[in-house]
Design a protein around this ligand. Structure first.
Ligand code: MN
Length: 202
């Protein structure tokens, strides 16, 4: 069964004015679609065919650049679309808030450190909030389409929150202003989904 490009669950213009419709359309229908197609091409008739994307990434041969780049791109964008919502659903609360307070003191400090992870990632990559077994949360970042599920990348936890800091994610609307894009991200985040992921992994 080949991997398929997921539906967004909201329209391309639903995240306006924070994330613009043109960027969302190109990002999903061109970039994410290409990662999906190229991942399928890379695993067809190999031992990886039929495995889940998580299995593929956790056991990845990091010298397999086609699967590393496209498998990472497929997984990362799946997570990204899933945690966005036009109504900025939910609030950071409950067990996830407690874990964030334990690692970072308070929500504001966490948001600053997460933004810094995105800002200091040179070139293209992602900022992550990951969960470790036992429930500890940790911020990290990774280059290109790498992610913390891959061997030796990032903090090695399971991502529950991811922010794409490739220029393709923001350049049309924000040009070089990555900090403004990161600030906009908090306005379209669905905390309910992030919290549900935390509950299932802690
Ligand atoms: Mn992207």
């Amino acid at each position: 069964m080949a991997f398929t490009l997921p539906e967004l669950g909201y329209s391309y213009d639903a995240l306006e004015p924070h994330f613009d419709a043109r960027t969302m359309e190109i990002h999903h229908s061109k970039h994410h679609a290409a990662y999906t197609t190229n991942l399928n091409n890379a695993i067809t008739n190999t031992a990886l065919e039929g495995q889940s994307i998580e299995e593929i990434l956790k056991n990845l041969d990091m010298s397999n650049n086609a699967v590393r780049n496209n498998g990472g791109g497929f997984y990362n964008h799946n997570l990204f679309w899933e945690i966005l919502h036009p109504e900025n659903k939910g609030r950071l609360s409950g067990a996830l808030l407690a874990a964030i307070e334990e690692s970072y003191g308070d929500k504001e400090t966490f948001m600053e450190k997460f933004a810094a992870a995105g800002m200091t990632r040179f070139g293209s990559g992602w900022a992550w909030l990951c969960v470790h077994p036992g429930g500890k949360v940790e911020i990290c970042s990774s280059a290109n389409q790498d992610n913390p599920l891959m061997p030796g990348i990032g903090c090695g936890g399971t991502p529950i929150l991811g922010l794409d800091v490739w220029e393709h994610a923001y350049y049309l609307h924000f040009q070089n202003r990555r900090a403004d894009y990161i600030a906009a991200f908090w306005n379209v985040l669905n905390w309910n989904v992030v919290e549900k992921k935390y509950e299932s992994l802690k």
